[in-house]
Design a protein around this ligand. Structure first.
Ligand SMILES: [Zn+2]
Length: 182
């Protein structure tokens, strides 16, 4: 049974206590080529290390993935490299990319301390993820500034003010009434 639903990893072992799941995982497929010289697999396993990566909570418990990460050596150029996991893991934050997305959404409506408790990452990291997310939103969300702003009145139950972009023929806002202070 694959409770993780992470396509590049398989589960090697599993343990839990009152608050945490710890799941040992390994990558499914070896690297397809050497990142240094580009040669097709002429690689062998050189060493490995365990790396803790936090993931989405399961059944209200924090989840830590104990990743068995392998280092390979290339027979062609003699160089070594760690297998790449950046499709799934954010190395800088030591957590899965889907956990970052979860924290981003949660950080708009909950306290950093509460999220920190839930996911098992420190509050400072939660705050940094939130700050990066807000900066990204500010860069990508564009507010419309029409060349011609239309201000008109429309009767929907009572007279209401409509604000439109005349060139694009789009509605920008429909105000609850026609009072000027709105
Ligand atoms: Zn190589």
């Amino acid at each position: 049974m694959d409770i993780l639903n992470l396509p590049h990893f398989s589960i090697l072992g599993f343990s839990e206590n009152e608050h945490d799941f710890q799941i040992q995982v390994g990558t499914i497929s070896p690297p397809s080529h050497c990142p240094h010289c580009g040669s097709l697999p002429n690689l062998y396993k050189h060493s490995n290390r365990e790396q803790l990566v936090m993931d989405l909570p399961i059944h209200g418990k924090r989840v830590g993935l104990l990743l068995n990460r392998r280092r390979y050596k290339c027979r062609e150029c003699g160089q070594t490299f760690w297998e790449r996991i950046d499709h799934t893991v954010d190395d800088k934050r030591s957590c899965t990319r889907r956990l970052i997305e979860y924290i981003e959404k949660q950080s708009l409506k909950r306290t950093f301390a509460g999220i920190s408790e839930d996911v098992g990452m420190d509050e400072k990291t939660i705050r940094n993820i939130f700050r990066d997310y807000i900066n990204c939103l500010e860069r990508t969300v564009q507010f419309e500034t029409p060349n011609w702003l239309g201000i008109d009145e429309i009767q929907i139950i009572k007279p209401r003010c409509v604000v439109t972009n005349i060139e694009e023929r789009t509605l920008i806002n429909l105000l609850p009434n026609r009072n000027k202070e709105l």
